[in-house]
Design a protein. Structure first.
Length: 129
């Protein structure tokens, strides 16, 4: 940990909160397509997303959609209200597709770190073959 701190790999420390006990029983992954695929449209959408606490993660993605959001809500009614009156009104939104989490199998709690002296996979293959 000290080495990771010294190298700047640790950005901070945080408590792991129980989402359900905090009254946020619904998690939704939302694929968003925006009208125009240009820098200004992306920036406007990104800025709007930063101001919404219900959106706990936002990623620009390749493929069919432009953004992938992770949204939390109290229940399905609260999410429906948010989707209709907030998400649908964000700058440049053309369409949204919602995927509801039925069960969280493996939450993001740690990253797959390898030992500092471990060689990359390509180097191991070259040595073995």
């Amino acid at each position: 940990m000290k080495r990771l701190e010294a190298e700047g790999a640790i950005r901070g420390y945080q408590a792991v909160l129980d989402q359900r006990r905090l009254g946020l029983g619904v998690t939704v992954f939302v694929s968003v397509s925006i009208e125009r695929n240009d820098t200004a449209a992306h920036r406007a959408f990104e800025q709007a997303v930063l101001g919404r606490p219900e959106i706990v993660a936002c990623h620009i993605v390749g493929g069919q959609h432009d953004f992938l959001l992770q949204v939390v809500a109290e229940d399905l009614d609260a999410y429906a209200e948010f989707a209709l009156h907030v998400l649908g009104q964000l700058p440049g939104v053309r369409e949204i597709h919602s995927s509801f989490v039925l069960k969280e199998v493996k939450p993001l709690l740690r990253l797959p770190l390898r030992r500092r002296d471990a060689r990359p996979r390509e180097a191991r293959r070259a040595l073995s073959g």
